[in-house]
Design a protein. Structure first.
Length: 81
């Protein structure tokens, strides 16, 4: 009895992922081509580490490990040199 229940559960879960009749398009029908959205281009330089934040002016890449990550603006208040 337990084996039958397990077999029925396995068959039911496998049937949930099988395509139904009429779901797949016909062989002669081509799918409509979709255009991808364009990325907005904003003036200025943006950080490589956080692409939606502006590049900090004090972090110019001369320091070791500098990738422009300063979301809290510490480079504006602390001496980096």
């Amino acid at each position: 009895m337990l084996r039958q229940i397990i077999a029925l559960c396995a068959a039911a879960s496998a049937a949930a992922f099988a395509p139904g009749a009429g779901v797949l398009p016909k062989a002669g029908v081509r799918a409509a081509t979709a255009t991808s959205p364009r990325m907005a281009v904003f003036p200025g330089s943006f950080s490589d580490s956080v692409p939606f934040l502006k590049q900090p002016t004090n972090l110019d890449g001369t320091l070791v490990g500098d990738v422009g990550f300063d979301p809290l603006g510490f480079s504006n208040f602390l001496d980096l040199r």
